[in-house]
Design a binder for this molecule. Structure first.
Ligand code: SF4
Length: 381
């Protein structure tokens, strides 16, 4: 399988959000330039010769960097990552951190898509989750992106936030629609370990959001989408036609990609890997001319088939049955013979002959369905 994409991790933030468990560091007094030098070294070692179809610079937040550092980051990609004609090149940006100069530098370097970390258009809720921006910054970020010539962009929205009402979520969706955004990534809050929210949860200061209200919010999202020309091409992602994220589809189609940077994950030559996460260890390894320390995980063919199903079922287009057979030499129904008939009979998945997909009911119970595609150890040879 050819590697078609690359993810680059910039692990710096100007503030730490209360819910975030990504590999990130407060940017103050961090060795950002040394990190970028190490990143350059890691990408150089990969010696990418075939042009890629997509690149995604995420974090952390790349826009936590100052303007000179943003340019340095873009220059590394320009020199070391060949891109195919029409390739998708996305950078994550945060409201309150983007400037016209940073956006112009991105535009000049061929960045053609932005992912804007809005999360909510309600200042009260942004404070509740520890974001460093308010409603006006979020609106301004979208307008600035458009003024800089980016018509292809996505906003992140969160639901199931502490104290969030249906009316709050509706207000954020109203704002997204009035700004005419072409893509929304919408995720419900999960209380992850090693976050402020998890501490507060353990201390009894934070209660999990009611599941039924969360489900109602998800339905509201889909309803808004369908009334406003944004179709849900993946469980958490809605887009106007032609604005779907190519890069994210690489993950959901279970294809291979490079992962560069501290804590980045990649999938190359049938091997999933996670780069060492601590910043100083990552930098030191590359400064000493070594390859970055990776935790490598061989993926058995049973695991590949499991992943193919639960990643592919996230997409509304579903899993391509002939592609599954081509990759694994068996029909998906044979591999998952003990589970598929029940899922079909209970109306959680549907099989139209070419594709197998989640039904609307299956989408509401996504995690329960995905679990059914875990093979028993005996099958995993
Ligand atoms: S959510 Fe984004 S901005 Fe907030 S701490 Fe995590 S990586 Fe940084």
């Amino acid at each position: 399988m050819a590697v078609t994409s690359a993810y680059i991790h910039i692990p710096f933030c100007r503030q730490i959000c209360f819910y975030c468990d990504f590999n990130k560091f407060l940017i103050d007094r961090q060795p950002v330039d040394q990190y970028l030098d190490a990143l350059e070294q890691e990408i150089r070692q990969a010696n990418i010769s075939e042009p890629l179809d997509s690149i995604y610079i995420g974090g952390g937040t790349p826009t936590a960097l100052n303007e000179a550092q943003v340019k340095k980051m873009l220059d590394i990609v320009d020199r070391l990552v060949p891109l195919a004609e029409g390739a998708e090149y996305t950078v994550e940006v945060n409201p309150g951190e983007i400037t016209m100069e940073k956006l112009a530098a991105m535009k000049n370097s061929g960045v053609n898509r932005l992912s804007i970390g809005v999360q909510s258009f309600e200042t009260r809720l942004l404070e509740v989750i520890g974001r460093g921006h308010g409603r006006d910054d979020a609106v301004e970020a979208v307008k600035l992106a458009e003024r800089a010539g980016f018509d292809n962009y996505s906003i992140d929205l969160m639901f199931g936030l502490p104290g969030q009402t249906m009316a709050d979520f509706q207000a954020s969706l109203d704002m997204a629609v009035s700004l005419n955004v072409p893509h929304i990534s919408a995720y419900s809050l999960k209380i992850e370990e090693k976050t402020m929210f998890h501490n507060w949860y353990k201390q009894g200061r934070l209660t999990p959001f009611p599941e039924d209200t969360e489900a109602d919010m998800y339905e509201l999202l889909l309803d808004y989408g369908s009334r406003n020309g944004l179709y849900p091409y993946e469980i958490s992602n809605l887009a106007a036609a032609g604005y779907e994220s190519f890069h994210n589809c690489v993950y959901w189609k279970n294809e291979e990609y490079y992962g560069f940077g501290a804590g980045a994950h990649g999938y190359v030559d049938g091997m999933r890997y996670a780069n060492i996460a601590p910043l100083t260890h990552y930098i030191k390894a590359l400064e000493q001319g070594n390859t970055v320390v990776k935790e490598e995980m061989n993926v058995s063919s049973a695991e590949k088939m499991e992943e193919e199903m639960f990643l592919g079922l996230r997409m509304y287009a579903g899993v391509d049955k002939s592609r599954f057979k081509e990759r694994y030499g068996m029909e998906y129904k044979e591999v998952f013979a003990s589970t598929v008939p029940d899922l079909l009979e209970n109306g959680l998945i549907e099989d139209d002959g070419e594709k197998v997909k989640l039904t609307p009911r299956g989408r509401l119970l996504g995690n329960e369905v995905f679990e059914k595609f875990l093979l028993e150890k005996d099958d995993a040879s």
